[in-house]
Design a protein around this ligand. Structure first.
Ligand code: PMP
Length: 456
């Protein structure tokens, strides 16, 4: 095997000449809605390393927004995709069963099914489509209309999904009217507890707030579902207190409301467990949702989304929902290969028993190192996360979020060869491929440290 890089290699100043030329063309022809914060145009990748069109090699700490689970061009994924594409690329799943998607569904539900409780899968192409499907299913199943979502959440850019999304007005401004019958409640963020609560009591405070809505404001028997990210992603990589999700499950049971967990960003092994809700309530036992949405890391970057639902809930009639490409067999092949590595059926060099296990171990190491960095840098207000789902929040001396400093830090890291991405108001997320080794993690942390020292 070719030797892996150990450090970023910066051959040109950024942007290099080819990058600048492509970026100029991009600016002419691509949608005005695209943002281009970093001058980097990828040419090829290997593992956690991405090389741009000018030959600069960067360490990837964001994985295409928590997508490239197995790193770039993983040979096991490449082979699986090649093998399937040579057989057939598309025969619509709405009308013909395909073994590759049948067996993928069988593998996925194994991670949530409990004795006496069967689950089923609907495949889409993206996270937003999985979320749309979840809303349709919950309404259809309950015969109710209202959906409760959380502030700071992100669920996608289609109409239903932006309505549920509770962050950044730019996602909504000028696009209305949105979906009717959607409300937002605070998310229990232990670092910035809402509703006058504390980090310990914020979960209960949000639950009490929801119950209070049911008295005179929003009849509980008109609420179809509560949708929540078990760990909030775009909102700032936030981990709720331990009692929140079990409490939410109990609240939903009490009122006959469907509980939807949006696992698009935190799911598929990223947090060290297959789904992030499994960190709570006795491995998820006491906070099992009715519906799960998944996408991103599920197929290592091939477009695939999935809606998982309890069999008792997936009652929509034949032909009522579908998608031409959803569950595409080439994407499904990539998902099988991704699961092989996540579950440890295929081993990856340097990653112990499985990628999921690796995510937990390397994530723990990164968290410990970041906690040390927090001592050195007073502007790091909070370090949080699980596995390779980690957020670093930048604060002003008065403790308020410092988005401007976060932006400077992010750019300084980029200029030293570390691809990273912001989220929330003042957070840098660490969401690398799950094949990241401890040595590669140490390289990334060293770049972060150097960049932050320059900010002091
Ligand atoms: N849900 C969550 C939690 C997400 O983080 C995202 C994407 N950032 C989405 C849904 C939407 O996914 P997609 O971009 O694939 O539509």
């Amino acid at each position: 095997t070719a030797t892996k890089p150990r450090q970023p290699v910066l051959k040109t100043s950024l942007p290099g000449p080819k990058t600048a030329e492509i970026m100029a063309r991009d600016k002419q022809h691509l949608s005005t809605s695209y943002m281009r914060p970093y001058p980097f145009v990828p040419d090829h990748g290997a593992g956690v390393w991405l090389t741009d069109v000018d030959g600069n090699t960067m360490l990837d700490f964001f994985a295409g927004i928590a997508v490239s689970t197995t790193g770039h061009a993983h040979p096991h994924v490449v082979q699986a995709v090649q093998k399937q594409i040579e057989k057939f690329t598309h025969v619509c799943l709405t009308d013909y069963p395909q073994e590759i998607t049948t067996s993928l569904a069988e593998r996925l539900v194994k991670h949530v099914e409990r004795p006496g409780e069967k689950w089923r899968v609907f495949f889409s192409n993206s996270g937003a489509e999985a979320v749309e499907a979840a809303v349709k299913l919950a309404r259809n199943h309950t015969g109710r209309q209202h959906i409760i979502s959380t502030m700071g959440s992100f669920h996608g850019r289609t109409y239903g999904a932006i309505t549920l999304t509770g962050s950044k007005t730019k996602y909504k401004r000028g696009f209305g009217p949105l979906l009717p019958a959607v409300s937002h409640v605070p998310y229990p963020n232990p670092f910035r507890p809402p509703l006058g609560s504390t980090s310990e009591t914020c979960g209960q405070a949000v639950l009490e707030h929801i119950e209070s809505l049911f008295v005179g404001i929003l009849p509980a028997d008109e609420v179809a579902a509560i949708i929540v990210e078990p760990m909030q992603g775009e909102g700032g990589y936030i981990v709720p207190p331990a009692d929140f999700l079990p409490g939410l499950r109990a609240l939903c049971d009490k009122h006959g409301i469907m509980l939807i967990f949006d696992e698009v960003q935190a799911g598929m092994g990223r947090t060290g467990k297959m789904f992030s809700f499994q960190h709570f309530g006795n491995n998820g036992e006491n906070c099992q949702p009715d519906i799960i949405t998944s996408a991103k890391g599920i197929a290592s970057g091939m477009p695939l989304g999935a809606l998982l639902a309890k069999e008792s809930v997936m009652t929509w009639p034949v032909g009522s929902h579908g998608s031409t490409y959803g569950g595409n067999p080439v994407a499904a092949a990539a998902a099988h290969a991704t699961l092989d590595l996540l579950e440890g059926q295929v081993k990856y060099d340097g990653c112990g028993e499985s990628l999921m296990h690796n995510a937990a171990e390397v994530g723990e190491y990164i968290m410990a190192e970041l906690k040390k960095m927090q001592q050195e840098f007073p502007f790091i207000g909070d370090v949080r996360g699980r596995g390779l789902f980690i957020g670093i929040e930048f604060v002003k001396p008065d403790g308020s979020p410092d988005g401007a400093l976060r932006d400077r830090a992010s750019m300084a890291m980029f200029e030293k060869g570390l691809l990273n991405l912001d989220c929330g108001e003042a957070v840098i997320r660490i969401s690398p491929p799950l094949i990241l080794t401890r040595e590669e993690a140490a390289t990334g942390l060293e770049i972060m440290r150097e960049a932050l020292r320059e900010l002091k």
